[in-house]
Design a protein. Structure first.
Length: 379
Protein backbone atom coordinates (compact mmCIF):
# COMPACT_ATOMS: atom_id res chain seq x y z
CA UNK A 1 0.00 0.00 0.00
CA UNK A 2 1.44 3.36 -1.01
CA UNK A 3 0.81 6.50 0.93
CA UNK A 4 -1.36 7.82 -1.95
CA UNK A 5 -4.03 5.28 -1.17
CA UNK A 6 -4.31 6.46 2.42
CA UNK A 7 -6.76 9.08 3.52
CA UNK A 8 -5.47 11.06 6.49
CA UNK A 9 -8.07 12.85 8.57
CA UNK A 10 -9.55 13.43 11.99
CA UNK A 11 -12.28 11.10 13.21
CA UNK A 12 -15.79 12.40 12.51
CA UNK A 13 -17.92 10.39 14.92
CA UNK A 14 -17.74 8.91 18.40
CA UNK A 15 -17.59 5.44 16.89
CA UNK A 16 -14.57 6.44 14.77
CA UNK A 17 -12.86 7.67 17.94
CA UNK A 18 -13.63 4.37 19.62
CA UNK A 19 -12.31 2.46 16.62
CA UNK A 20 -9.11 4.51 16.81
CA UNK A 21 -8.67 3.61 20.50
CA UNK A 22 -9.11 -0.08 19.82
CA UNK A 23 -6.80 0.07 16.81
CA UNK A 24 -4.00 1.45 19.03
CA UNK A 25 -4.59 -1.13 21.76
CA UNK A 26 -5.20 -4.21 19.61
CA UNK A 27 -3.08 -3.53 16.51
CA UNK A 28 -0.62 -0.64 16.79
CA UNK A 29 0.62 -1.49 20.28
CA UNK A 30 -0.35 -5.17 20.40
CA UNK A 31 3.24 -5.92 21.45
CA UNK A 32 2.82 -3.99 24.70
CA UNK A 33 0.85 -5.28 27.67
CA UNK A 34 -2.22 -3.40 28.84
CA UNK A 35 -5.97 -3.18 28.41
CA UNK A 36 -7.03 -2.77 24.75
CA UNK A 37 -9.17 0.25 25.63
CA UNK A 38 -6.43 2.12 27.50
CA UNK A 39 -5.82 4.61 24.67
CA UNK A 40 -9.48 5.47 24.47
CA UNK A 41 -9.76 5.76 28.27
CA UNK A 42 -6.81 8.13 28.34
CA UNK A 43 -8.19 10.21 25.52
CA UNK A 44 -11.56 10.47 27.26
CA UNK A 45 -9.96 11.39 30.57
CA UNK A 46 -8.02 14.26 29.01
CA UNK A 47 -10.08 17.42 29.50
CA UNK A 48 -8.27 19.12 26.63
CA UNK A 49 -8.78 16.35 24.10
CA UNK A 50 -10.66 17.08 20.88
CA UNK A 51 -11.16 14.90 17.78
CA UNK A 52 -8.83 17.26 15.91
CA UNK A 53 -6.00 15.87 18.10
CA UNK A 54 -6.27 12.53 16.33
CA UNK A 55 -4.72 12.12 12.91
CA UNK A 56 -5.77 8.80 11.54
CA UNK A 57 -4.71 7.04 8.36
CA UNK A 58 -7.57 5.16 6.66
CA UNK A 59 -7.08 2.64 3.87
CA UNK A 60 -9.37 2.68 0.82
CA UNK A 61 -11.69 0.12 2.45
CA UNK A 62 -12.13 2.46 5.44
CA UNK A 63 -10.06 0.48 7.94
CA UNK A 64 -7.57 2.29 10.18
CA UNK A 65 -3.92 1.76 9.28
CA UNK A 66 -2.05 4.35 11.36
CA UNK A 67 -2.40 6.82 14.21
CA UNK A 68 -0.82 10.02 15.47
CA UNK A 69 -2.16 11.79 18.55
CA UNK A 70 -1.26 15.50 18.74
CA UNK A 71 -2.19 17.02 22.08
CA UNK A 72 -1.65 20.41 23.66
CA UNK A 73 0.26 20.80 26.91
CA UNK A 74 1.90 23.61 28.86
CA UNK A 75 5.21 23.68 30.70
CA UNK A 76 6.42 26.48 32.94
CA UNK A 77 9.94 27.79 33.26
CA UNK A 78 11.13 29.38 36.48
CA UNK A 79 11.83 33.16 36.59
CA UNK A 80 15.58 32.93 36.07
CA UNK A 81 15.15 31.08 32.79
CA UNK A 82 12.41 33.13 31.28
CA UNK A 83 9.61 32.88 33.80
CA UNK A 84 7.15 31.98 31.11
CA UNK A 85 4.76 29.25 30.29
CA UNK A 86 5.20 27.55 26.96
CA UNK A 87 2.48 25.79 25.09
CA UNK A 88 3.63 22.74 23.28
CA UNK A 89 2.26 20.03 21.07
CA UNK A 90 2.76 16.55 22.40
CA UNK A 91 3.09 13.64 19.99
CA UNK A 92 1.88 10.30 21.11
CA UNK A 93 0.10 7.08 20.15
CA UNK A 94 2.24 6.83 17.00
CA UNK A 95 1.60 3.44 15.47
CA UNK A 96 0.97 1.59 12.24
CA UNK A 97 -0.89 -1.59 11.35
CA UNK A 98 1.70 -4.38 11.85
CA UNK A 99 1.22 -5.89 8.41
CA UNK A 100 1.85 -2.56 6.70
CA UNK A 101 4.98 -1.42 8.49
CA UNK A 102 7.99 -0.34 6.48
CA UNK A 103 5.88 0.84 3.53
CA UNK A 104 5.73 4.56 4.24
CA UNK A 105 2.26 4.43 5.83
CA UNK A 106 3.28 6.09 9.07
CA UNK A 107 5.58 8.54 7.32
CA UNK A 108 2.59 9.99 5.44
CA UNK A 109 0.71 10.62 8.68
CA UNK A 110 3.75 12.11 10.44
CA UNK A 111 4.33 14.45 7.51
CA UNK A 112 0.74 15.61 7.75
CA UNK A 113 1.22 16.08 11.51
CA UNK A 114 4.23 18.33 10.91
CA UNK A 115 2.32 20.28 8.26
CA UNK A 116 -0.57 20.91 10.63
CA UNK A 117 1.68 21.93 13.52
CA UNK A 118 3.52 24.42 11.38
CA UNK A 119 0.52 25.90 9.68
CA UNK A 120 -1.78 26.36 12.68
CA UNK A 121 -2.83 29.94 11.97
CA UNK A 122 -4.35 30.76 15.30
CA UNK A 123 -5.33 28.80 18.32
CA UNK A 124 -8.62 30.66 18.67
CA UNK A 125 -9.77 29.14 15.40
CA UNK A 126 -9.24 25.74 16.92
CA UNK A 127 -11.06 26.80 20.06
CA UNK A 128 -7.83 26.69 22.07
CA UNK A 129 -6.70 29.28 24.57
CA UNK A 130 -3.31 30.95 24.96
CA UNK A 131 -0.47 31.60 22.55
CA UNK A 132 0.48 29.27 19.73
CA UNK A 133 2.70 26.33 20.66
CA UNK A 134 6.43 26.87 20.26
CA UNK A 135 7.63 23.33 20.70
CA UNK A 136 6.65 19.84 19.78
CA UNK A 137 7.68 17.15 22.18
CA UNK A 138 7.48 13.40 22.45
CA UNK A 139 8.78 10.52 24.47
CA UNK A 140 10.10 7.39 22.77
CA UNK A 141 12.44 4.45 23.06
CA UNK A 142 15.88 4.28 21.41
CA UNK A 143 14.68 2.09 18.52
CA UNK A 144 12.48 4.80 17.04
CA UNK A 145 14.60 7.90 17.64
CA UNK A 146 15.72 7.72 14.00
CA UNK A 147 12.14 7.85 12.82
CA UNK A 148 11.42 11.08 14.69
CA UNK A 149 14.78 12.59 13.71
CA UNK A 150 13.51 12.43 10.11
CA UNK A 151 10.72 14.77 11.15
CA UNK A 152 12.94 17.36 12.81
CA UNK A 153 12.96 16.08 16.39
CA UNK A 154 16.19 15.96 18.32
CA UNK A 155 17.13 14.45 21.63
CA UNK A 156 15.80 16.59 24.43
CA UNK A 157 17.02 16.79 27.95
CA UNK A 158 18.00 13.74 29.93
CA UNK A 159 16.14 13.47 33.20
CA UNK A 160 18.00 11.60 35.93
CA UNK A 161 15.90 9.59 38.32
CA UNK A 162 17.00 9.08 41.83
CA UNK A 163 17.52 5.53 42.96
CA UNK A 164 16.27 5.13 46.43
CA UNK A 165 17.38 2.26 48.59
CA UNK A 166 14.83 1.01 51.04
CA UNK A 167 14.37 -2.19 52.92
CA UNK A 168 14.70 -4.82 54.02
CA UNK A 169 11.12 -5.41 53.13
CA UNK A 170 9.13 -7.31 55.69
CA UNK A 171 7.74 -10.42 54.00
CA UNK A 172 4.28 -9.79 55.47
CA UNK A 173 4.13 -6.69 53.35
CA UNK A 174 3.77 -8.78 50.22
CA UNK A 175 1.75 -11.71 51.55
CA UNK A 176 -1.03 -12.84 49.29
CA UNK A 177 -4.50 -12.49 50.73
CA UNK A 178 -3.76 -9.54 52.98
CA UNK A 179 -6.47 -6.87 52.90
CA UNK A 180 -6.52 -4.25 50.17
CA UNK A 181 -3.70 -1.97 51.21
CA UNK A 182 -5.31 1.20 49.94
CA UNK A 183 -9.03 1.32 50.56
CA UNK A 184 -10.99 4.48 49.84
CA UNK A 185 -11.90 4.69 53.54
CA UNK A 186 -9.16 5.73 55.96
CA UNK A 187 -7.09 2.90 57.35
CA UNK A 188 -5.05 3.61 60.46
CA UNK A 189 -1.35 3.65 59.77
CA UNK A 190 0.99 2.40 62.50
CA UNK A 191 2.98 5.59 62.85
CA UNK A 192 2.68 8.88 64.68
CA UNK A 193 3.18 12.22 62.96
CA UNK A 194 3.26 15.43 64.97
CA UNK A 195 2.10 13.34 67.95
CA UNK A 196 -1.17 12.52 66.19
CA UNK A 197 -2.35 9.21 64.89
CA UNK A 198 -2.24 8.80 61.14
CA UNK A 199 -4.17 7.07 58.40
CA UNK A 200 -3.87 6.25 54.72
CA UNK A 201 -6.43 6.06 51.94
CA UNK A 202 -6.84 6.51 48.20
CA UNK A 203 -6.97 10.06 46.87
CA UNK A 204 -10.45 11.47 46.47
CA UNK A 205 -10.15 14.27 43.94
CA UNK A 206 -13.07 16.40 45.15
CA UNK A 207 -12.07 16.50 48.79
CA UNK A 208 -8.28 16.30 48.36
CA UNK A 209 -7.67 18.63 45.43
CA UNK A 210 -6.76 21.69 47.47
CA UNK A 211 -4.52 19.76 49.83
CA UNK A 212 -2.68 18.09 46.94
CA UNK A 213 -2.13 21.42 45.26
CA UNK A 214 -0.92 23.12 48.44
CA UNK A 215 1.48 20.29 49.27
CA UNK A 216 2.89 20.31 45.78
CA UNK A 217 3.35 24.09 45.59
CA UNK A 218 5.01 24.23 48.97
CA UNK A 219 7.36 21.36 48.21
CA UNK A 220 8.40 22.68 44.80
CA UNK A 221 9.26 26.05 46.35
CA UNK A 222 11.04 24.53 49.34
CA UNK A 223 13.21 22.32 47.15
CA UNK A 224 13.88 24.94 44.48
CA UNK A 225 12.74 22.76 41.64
CA UNK A 226 12.21 24.36 38.26
CA UNK A 227 10.52 23.36 35.08
CA UNK A 228 7.43 21.82 36.52
CA UNK A 229 4.33 21.35 34.53
CA UNK A 230 1.87 23.84 36.01
CA UNK A 231 -0.74 21.93 37.90
CA UNK A 232 -4.20 23.35 37.60
CA UNK A 233 -7.47 21.68 38.48
CA UNK A 234 -7.62 19.93 35.12
CA UNK A 235 -4.13 18.59 35.58
CA UNK A 236 -4.93 17.17 39.02
CA UNK A 237 -8.12 15.58 37.82
CA UNK A 238 -6.23 13.84 35.09
CA UNK A 239 -3.40 12.93 37.44
CA UNK A 240 -5.74 11.20 39.88
CA UNK A 241 -7.86 9.32 37.35
CA UNK A 242 -5.53 8.78 34.47
CA UNK A 243 -1.84 9.04 35.33
CA UNK A 244 -2.34 7.24 38.65
CA UNK A 245 -5.25 5.09 37.48
CA UNK A 246 -7.09 5.95 40.66
CA UNK A 247 -4.35 4.42 42.87
CA UNK A 248 -2.67 7.52 44.31
CA UNK A 249 -2.71 7.62 48.10
CA UNK A 250 -2.88 10.27 50.78
CA UNK A 251 -1.36 10.22 54.24
CA UNK A 252 -3.58 11.85 56.84
CA UNK A 253 -2.83 13.27 60.25
CA UNK A 254 -5.88 12.54 62.41
CA UNK A 255 -6.32 15.52 64.68
CA UNK A 256 -9.64 17.13 65.51
CA UNK A 257 -9.67 18.17 61.89
CA UNK A 258 -7.95 15.46 59.84
CA UNK A 259 -5.35 16.89 57.48
CA UNK A 260 -3.64 15.49 54.39
CA UNK A 261 0.10 15.79 55.02
CA UNK A 262 1.50 13.75 52.11
CA UNK A 263 0.46 12.16 48.86
CA UNK A 264 2.16 9.66 46.64
CA UNK A 265 1.85 7.30 43.71
CA UNK A 266 4.04 4.27 43.14
CA UNK A 267 4.26 1.96 40.14
CA UNK A 268 5.91 -1.44 39.88
CA UNK A 269 7.96 -1.67 36.72
CA UNK A 270 11.03 -3.47 35.41
CA UNK A 271 11.54 -5.30 38.68
CA UNK A 272 11.58 -2.23 40.89
CA UNK A 273 9.14 0.05 42.52
CA UNK A 274 8.95 3.46 41.01
CA UNK A 275 7.81 6.46 42.98
CA UNK A 276 6.15 8.43 40.22
CA UNK A 277 5.02 11.30 42.32
CA UNK A 278 5.19 12.35 45.92
CA UNK A 279 4.93 15.44 48.11
CA UNK A 280 4.84 15.89 51.85
CA UNK A 281 4.62 18.61 54.44
CA UNK A 282 7.83 20.03 55.82
CA UNK A 283 8.87 17.98 58.82
CA UNK A 284 7.24 14.76 57.62
CA UNK A 285 9.17 12.08 59.44
CA UNK A 286 11.22 9.35 57.85
CA UNK A 287 9.20 6.77 59.78
CA UNK A 288 6.01 8.04 58.21
CA UNK A 289 7.60 8.27 54.78
CA UNK A 290 8.63 4.65 55.01
CA UNK A 291 5.24 3.45 56.28
CA UNK A 292 3.47 5.33 53.50
CA UNK A 293 5.91 4.08 50.88
CA UNK A 294 5.37 0.48 51.96
CA UNK A 295 1.63 0.73 51.57
CA UNK A 296 1.96 2.37 48.17
CA UNK A 297 4.43 -0.27 47.02
CA UNK A 298 2.17 -3.12 48.06
CA UNK A 299 -0.66 -1.51 46.23
CA UNK A 300 1.45 -0.96 43.12
CA UNK A 301 2.47 -4.56 43.02
CA UNK A 302 -1.02 -5.89 43.45
CA UNK A 303 -2.48 -3.60 40.81
CA UNK A 304 -0.09 -5.03 38.24
CA UNK A 305 -1.11 -8.66 38.13
CA UNK A 306 1.23 -9.40 35.24
CA UNK A 307 4.33 -8.53 37.22
CA UNK A 308 6.65 -11.14 38.67
CA UNK A 309 6.60 -11.52 42.43
CA UNK A 310 8.73 -8.97 44.23
CA UNK A 311 11.78 -9.95 46.21
CA UNK A 312 11.36 -9.76 49.92
CA UNK A 313 14.96 -8.77 50.34
CA UNK A 314 16.26 -5.20 50.29
CA UNK A 315 14.79 -3.45 47.31
CA UNK A 316 15.76 -0.49 45.30
CA UNK A 317 13.14 1.96 44.36
CA UNK A 318 13.44 4.28 41.39
CA UNK A 319 12.16 7.71 42.12
CA UNK A 320 10.88 9.48 39.06
CA UNK A 321 11.01 12.80 40.83
CA UNK A 322 13.95 15.23 40.83
CA UNK A 323 16.85 14.45 43.11
CA UNK A 324 16.37 17.41 45.50
CA UNK A 325 12.83 16.29 46.20
CA UNK A 326 13.94 12.74 46.80
CA UNK A 327 16.68 13.90 49.17
CA UNK A 328 14.24 16.13 51.00
CA UNK A 329 11.77 13.31 51.49
CA UNK A 330 13.94 10.32 52.21
CA UNK A 331 17.23 11.76 53.44
CA UNK A 332 20.62 12.03 51.74
CA UNK A 333 21.93 8.63 52.73
CA UNK A 334 19.03 6.80 51.11
CA UNK A 335 19.24 8.44 47.72
CA UNK A 336 21.87 8.05 45.06
CA UNK A 337 21.89 9.45 41.60
CA UNK A 338 21.71 6.65 39.09
CA UNK A 339 22.92 7.76 35.70
CA UNK A 340 21.92 4.46 34.16
CA UNK A 341 18.35 5.30 34.95
CA UNK A 342 18.51 8.52 33.00
CA UNK A 343 15.49 8.98 30.84
CA UNK A 344 16.88 10.00 27.45
CA UNK A 345 13.62 9.44 25.69
CA UNK A 346 12.43 13.01 25.38
CA UNK A 347 12.72 14.53 21.92
CA UNK A 348 11.83 18.10 21.03
CA UNK A 349 11.33 20.13 17.88
CA UNK A 350 11.09 23.89 17.64
CA UNK A 351 8.04 25.20 15.79
CA UNK A 352 8.69 28.18 13.58
CA UNK A 353 11.32 30.83 14.19
CA UNK A 354 10.19 31.63 17.69
CA UNK A 355 10.97 28.08 18.60
CA UNK A 356 14.64 28.83 19.17
CA UNK A 357 13.99 31.10 22.12
CA UNK A 358 12.38 28.53 24.39
CA UNK A 359 14.86 25.89 23.27
CA UNK A 360 17.62 28.09 24.62
CA UNK A 361 15.67 28.60 27.79
CA UNK A 362 15.12 24.92 28.20
CA UNK A 363 18.83 24.23 27.80
CA UNK A 364 19.66 26.92 30.34
CA UNK A 365 17.16 25.49 32.73
CA UNK A 366 18.65 22.06 32.30
CA UNK A 367 22.14 23.33 32.99
CA UNK A 368 21.05 25.37 35.98
CA UNK A 369 19.30 22.53 37.66
CA UNK A 370 20.87 19.53 35.96
CA UNK A 371 17.42 18.38 35.13
CA UNK A 372 14.14 19.69 34.06
CA UNK A 373 11.21 17.49 34.55
CA UNK A 374 8.27 17.18 32.32
CA UNK A 375 5.71 15.20 34.15
CA UNK A 376 4.62 12.23 32.12
CA UNK A 377 1.37 14.04 31.57
CA UNK A 378 -0.40 11.91 29.01
CA UNK A 379 2.70 11.36 26.91
C1 LIG B 1 7.38 2.89 14.47
C2 LIG B 1 6.30 2.72 13.42
C3 LIG B 1 5.15 3.65 13.77
C4 LIG B 1 6.83 3.06 12.02
O1 LIG B 1 5.78 2.94 11.08
P1 LIG B 1 6.07 2.57 9.56
O2 LIG B 1 4.78 2.66 8.80
O3 LIG B 1 6.79 1.29 9.49
O4 LIG B 1 7.03 3.73 9.12
P2 LIG B 1 7.29 4.19 7.61
O5 LIG B 1 7.50 2.98 6.76
O6 LIG B 1 6.22 5.12 7.19
O7 LIG B 1 8.64 4.99 7.77
C5 LIG B 1 8.74 6.41 7.62
C6 LIG B 1 10.19 6.75 7.56
O8 LIG B 1 10.79 6.53 8.84
C7 LIG B 1 11.82 5.54 8.73
N1 LIG B 1 11.70 4.66 9.90
C8 LIG B 1 10.67 3.86 10.23
N2 LIG B 1 10.90 3.23 11.40
C9 LIG B 1 12.12 3.67 11.80
C10 LIG B 1 12.94 3.38 12.91
N3 LIG B 1 12.55 2.53 13.88
N4 LIG B 1 14.14 4.00 13.02
C11 LIG B 1 14.56 4.85 12.04
N5 LIG B 1 13.82 5.17 10.95
C12 LIG B 1 12.62 4.57 10.84
C13 LIG B 1 11.54 4.79 7.46
O9 LIG B 1 12.73 4.26 6.92
C14 LIG B 1 10.98 5.88 6.57
O10 LIG B 1 12.02 6.69 6.10
P3 LIG B 1 12.01 7.26 4.58
O11 LIG B 1 10.75 8.13 4.51
O12 LIG B 1 13.26 8.06 4.50
O13 LIG B 1 11.94 6.08 3.73
C15 LIG B 1 5.78 1.25 13.36
O14 LIG B 1 6.87 0.39 13.29
C16 LIG B 1 4.94 0.87 14.55
O15 LIG B 1 3.72 1.01 14.54
N6 LIG B 1 5.56 0.31 15.62
C17 LIG B 1 4.84 -0.09 16.81
C18 LIG B 1 4.35 1.10 17.61
C19 LIG B 1 5.52 1.94 18.11
O16 LIG B 1 6.48 1.43 18.64
N7 LIG B 1 5.37 3.26 18.01
C20 LIG B 1 6.38 4.22 18.43
C21 LIG B 1 6.02 4.69 19.78
S1 LIG B 1 7.11 5.98 20.34
Amino acid sequence: MGENTIEIRNPCTESEIEAWGLFCGLRGFSHRPGAPDRFLARYKADPKATPSDLLIGYSSDGSIVSSLHLFSRTISLSPHVGGCEINLVGWGDVCCEPELRGKGVMGAVLREGVRRMESTPSREEDGLEGPAPLLAMLHCGPTVEGLYAKFGFSQGLPIPYARLFVGPWPSWAMDEGAPDPLPSQCTPCPTLEHGLSTAIRLVNFASDYEALNALRTEQVERCGVIGWTPRNREYWLQWVNNSCKGRAGVFISQGEIPRVIAYGYVRWRDGAYRVMDWANEKGFSEVSAKAFLQVLCQDAHRSDKSSPPPHHEPQSCNVAIPLPLAVDIFGKDKVTEAVDLCDNGWMVRALGELGNAPMDNLKLAAEASRFIIFQADNF
